[in-house]
Ligand binder design. Sequence first.
Ligand SMILES: [Zn+2]
Length: 530
Amino acid sequence: MVAVMLLINGRIHTLDVGGTVVDALVVRDGRIAFAGRGGGVNAAPAEEIIDLGGRTVLPGLVDAHGHLMHLARARLSFDARGGSEDEVARRVGDWAATRPRGEWIGGRNWDQNRWPGRRFPDKASLDRAAPDHPVALVRIDGHATWANSAALAAGGIDRGTPDPPGGLITRDGQGEPTGLLIDTAQRLLQRVEPRPSDAQFDRAVRECVGDCLAVGLTGIHEMGAELYALAAYRRLIERGQFPFRNYVAVAGRSASTWDHYRQRGPEAAGEGRLVVGALKLLADGALGSRGAALHEPYCDDPGNTGLVLVPGEEVERLTLEAGALGFQVCVHAIGDRANALVLDAFERALVRAPRHDHRHRVEHAQVLADRDIPRFHRLGVLPSMQATHCTSDMAWAAERLGPERLRGAYAWRSLLATGVVIAGGSDFPVESPNPFHGIHAAVTRRPREGDAPGWQPEQRMTRQEAVRSFTSWNAYASRQEADLGTLEPGKRADLVVLSDDVFTCPDERIPDIRPVLTLVGGQVALRTAV
Ligand SMILES: [Zn+2]
């Protein structure tokens, strides 16, 4: 490792409070030693001098809501993206033909909203394509699984199986499961699905970290990791194979994982490369599978108000328990009813055990009742949002929600106006981990392709806000602002040198911005041009 590095001739956005732009940085022993004008810097001690050629430099970009464990698992499984149910089933058949009979075929990424007719799939198509392999394919949002008869049998699911709390086994007119499992019902299959080996999983994690670095990330907040994934990250850190930062919220739905951390408390390893500092809970499902919990029924499914996955009392109890141990609490809430439930639970917990600066988070905060918008700031709760969900959902969100509720949907400007900051992320693998897709969505509220006008343009972010939502605001949202988020002396030297200027390039070029040099803790993690 180079102990002292000098970077000169850049447009270096420190993102300090005043928004200072400098042209030189000195990196010493993994941290920023100097940020200022290059004219006065003594270059003598530098072992490496990098001329940035006028390029734009940002603090390392961090995705506040990603699923590294799921991305790595997805890499080891079947990709069910495709144009129709039959096409996906046909490819499952081709894949099965190369696998021993009886071997489990797990996969994800199907989305019936992209198929003709937008109908949910069922087991019949998979039974025809791959009758001799258990097949379980998770919807792109993780909230529904499409299974064949062999997988249903392996999970012990038949007409006599009751719907678990917070879940639904979809059935036909005769009560026979159709092969579609919603929300917690998916766990009936998850518990019998075989796990990959350590070596397979470690390799997949390294490849996924490489993919994240390639789009400009230096770290993520992982929303729901389990013990086996944490063990892999520790193994890779020990071998010097984890040039990345992962701030982990442990998966509350994995009882063994939370049991472990309840006894152990928060953890930090590898110079801040792995920090386990939060607990992740799930309050409802997602809008795409109509599992998001709403106050009033779905406009396109009267009678359905979505699913609450955990009672408010349980969120309150776990908030008290985790808070007392020093953990932050991050709760997934998409529908307006789920958001109200989580804010109520946080409020009750904070009345019973007042905590200064807890920084609890609501993950997604996607559909909010007017009265709940100011409560985030009042309670000190942070909304953690994914701008690309807005541009992916805008085609059909109005059908689900109707015009009234749309006003509180993806309401970035309304939230910012109350004084909160928004943690920015992607929810990969639901969306691409590319933070420039997120910045583009945040400042345009338009899809990357086509010429659709900006949707609810009054809710857009400025470029300064969008960039902060992937840098300084995310450092704050993970209680790491003393070490990360800006390029100020004393902080860790995590930075990205960009192919184009994210503050001045035309909107439509933002998604194409690439990192050309990335430092994590002062070490080169990616280098293409400089
Ligand atoms: Zn997520």
